[in-house]
Ligand binder design. Sequence first.
Ligand code: HEM
Length: 503
Amino acid sequence: MSLISLLLAHTATVSLALVLTAFIFLYFYSKSSKSSNYNFPPGPPALPVIGNLNILDLHQPHKTLSKLSETYGNVFTFHMGPKKYLVLTGYEAVNEALVTQADDFSERGQTHTTEIFSKGGNGVAFGKGESWKVMRRFTLSTLRALGMGKMTTEDRIIEESQRLVEVFQSHKGKPFDPQIIINSAVSNIICSIMFGDRFDYSDAQFLNMQRILNGNMKLIVSPKTQLYNVFPFLGFFLSDHKKIDTNQTILQEYFRNAYKDCKDSVDSNDLRSFIDTFISRQREEEARNSNKYFHEGNMAATVGNLFGAGTEPTSTTLRWGLLLMMKYPHIQDKVQEEIESVIGRERPPQAEDRKRMPYMDAVLHEIQRVGNVVPMNLLHETTGDTTFRGYRIPKGTPVIPLLSSVLSDKTQWETPHQFNPNHFLDTQGKFVKRDAFMPFSAGRRLCIGETLAKMELFLFFTMLLQKFHFRPPQEVSREQLDLTPTPGFTSGPQPFQLCALSH
Ligand code: HEM
């Protein structure tokens, strides 16, 4: 190569580096200068470019944020790269924002990754603005209407839990990992609501949907994905968001096919499923020339949200429940005594039984509190310029209402770090509600599936404990059962094996 061409190549490299540096500088400057007229609460000192990322535990970010609240209080600023996040911890601050100032804090915060799920604000969980409001209202009313159909949701859950019992029985007391089968049983409830039918546990498509969902739940909070959210221009060598996108495309393809299959057979007088109801509404809106939101994009995103949100947190909570029963056998014994006296051994449990089972109710609430399956909550965002506790926060600020800090708030719980069903019992053994019980969050974005999830947890759990006594495999002592959560969007227990011994 001649000297001239070497010089030219060198000059081009230097120029490119200068342009890139200028671009990165401008990118961060524009991001950080936007909020200079506002008054954010104090927080840990931020470094240029990376902000506070140097102190964030990317595997368990909620732990870092909880720890920081000991220094900076319940309302503080955290810098993810150049961007300011408002962090709210503890019952009082989270409740004040999400409930008392519900109008100000109900927008959904987006990241570059959640954009993969919402494709421009579609669906419910990552939906925004008017489209979110319409989809949320439609989803809530459709879930209610389908629960009151020919086969009620309660019947579906009872039938599914009987099938789950059969699979547990087939292991004949030998150790097995219950994760996949619990996922499938729980998923079948939301799938039968969405598609009008359950899947066989060995159905290849169903198993693939579960595998993809599990994979995405881990990838969505992986350190690489979190870095990509802050520095999207590094995306070319951070691969996890690309895997999420590929997975999501496969799932959406399933949902779009189900939608196409239903299109010709929808009878508006006999709506069999969520997808049927969506198509029927789409036709009504089109007939009135008013269809803005009932399009295929919103259908696929909403069905995707329901599939994910309707499967993962509930099945994860059930796994926490079984693990905790093995860890605390005296509590398992008490639960079983109550089942024996209220329901007996043969009759399947019904939702009505719950009212006469305060101990079971307390145990289930405590499993949800300690299980803490959505520790970070979903990201919120201020809907407009907002004043909160004297601070002026601009429209569009991402907000983290940290649920883990509410569920372990020491001003609210007597023994925040212990599994203690007495948190939900009075001195007479009656069930008591607690304000800081917020695993489903609160306010306008409150989980849509709360009622469904509570019914599923009660019926599945009661049925399993009615039929089996759970203990760890012979070689594992109760002390060795590990309660350290695994990182993931939903925070579950470490994989474990159990022995289900028939009564
Ligand atoms: C134990 C089970 C469950 C837990 C702990 C849970 C928890 C949550 C949490 C913390 C949120 C975020 C709320 C917020 O942004 O403030 C949420 C949202 C949501 N959940 Fe659940 N969930 C559960 C089960 C379900 C089920 C069974 C469904 C299906 C019907 C469901 C559907 C949704 C949807 C669609 C949203 C988005 C709501 C919105 O953005 O307007 N969830 N859930």
